[in-house]
Design a protein. Structure first.
Length: 304
């Protein structure tokens, strides 16, 4: 039973031919920083909850990923972010949906878990809750990145408002799962959602059981076309297969992604269990991902 940590920076159409060596280096650097941030917490005796929060904060701060700084734009040209965190130790969770200007939505999600009697707060109300607790905010310019803005212009010009078009689902949602010294699991996920999203669209990320889940068996963070992860209750599906069918983590995670494929969804997930096993299956071209297990080496991978 050793420590374990896995992170992701989104799954989707990540093709080698479209990646320059410089860009790949940047992505790898962002993943490595997230992995180290979480791993340091675990090795210094911190909890899995603290580790997943630290990893996701680092990934949110990195502008190439679609979470926190660098989040994608809505149809109206705003950035509305979703995040969730779950503590497998006591089955508690906190989440926020379409919050604006929050520097680190994952920290706000944790405060919802620890300082409110609710699980999910959304929109203006969630921002008011953040104000009440003096949660750090940033102006719009902090979140702005040129490449996300151009993605929105492309999506608008092409009239691609449908959620199922690949180009409106840029890669970059972030997540982390961890297993700590005391035998507890935790999961965290954070995203800007889909480019050109409208009507207050919320994806799977902040929904317990869909995009994020942790109990006493495993911790799971998902990335991909959120609507299908909601329909498949994908994160919980891994835990259910382990709990009810006594499957090993790897088999449960593989079966869950096979089920996702069956119902038409694309993407992937990261998962850890209480033996410190890690699984990172996906059904698309690539998933930015990294993992670290006790006694092993840190791994960063992008393609399949
Ligand atoms: N699952 C996220 C959403 O649908 C997006 C992603 O993972 O890329 O909002």
């Amino acid at each position: 039973m050793g420590l374990a940590l896995a992170i992701h920076g989104g799954a989707g159409t990540i093709v080698r031919s479209k990646m320059t060596p410089e860009l790949e280096r940047e992505y790898r650097g962002g993943l490595e920083a997230g992995l180290v941030a979480g791993w340091d917490v675990l090795t210094q005796g911190g909890s899995s909850l603290e580790a997943v929060e630290a990893a996701v904060v680092s990934l949110e701060d990195f502008p190439l990923f679609n979470a926190g700084r660098g989040s994608v734009f809505t149809h109206e040209g705003r950035q509305e972010m979703d995040a969730a965190i779950m503590d497998g130790r006591n089955l508690k969770a906190g989440a926020v949906a379409f919050v604006r200007n929050i520097r680190n939505p994952i920290k706000l999600a944790r405060l919802v878990m620890e300082r409110s009697e609710h699980v999910l707060l959304a929109g203006d109300g969630a921002n008011q809750f953040a104000d009440a607790l003096d949660v750090p905010t940033e102006p719009d310019e902090y979140f702005f990145t040129e490449h996300r803005w151009l993605q929105l212009q492309d999506a608008i010009a092409a009239g691609r408002v449908q959620l199922d078009h690949a180009a409106v689902r840029p890669v970059g949602t972030v997540g982390a799962v961890a297993f700590d010294r005391n035998g507890y699991l935790a999961a965290a996920t954070s995203t800007g959602g889909m480019t050109n999203k409208k009507f207050g669209r919320v994806g799977d990320t902040p929904l317990v059981g869909a995009g994020t889940y942790a109990d006493g068996t495993c911790a799971v963070s998902c990335t991909g076309h959120g609507e299908y992860f909601m329909l498949g209750v994908t994160a919980y599906d891994v835990a259910a297969r382990m709990n009810y069918r006594r499957l090993r983590l790897e088999d449960a995670a593989e079966e869950t992604v096979a089920r996702l494929t069956e119902i038409g969804g694309d993407g992937g997930l990261i998962a850890v269990d209480t033996d410190g096993n890690v699984a990172l299956p996906f059904n698309c071209e690539g998933m930015y991902r990294g993992w670290f297990t006790e006694g092993g080496q840190p791994h960063i991978e992008i393609y399949s």
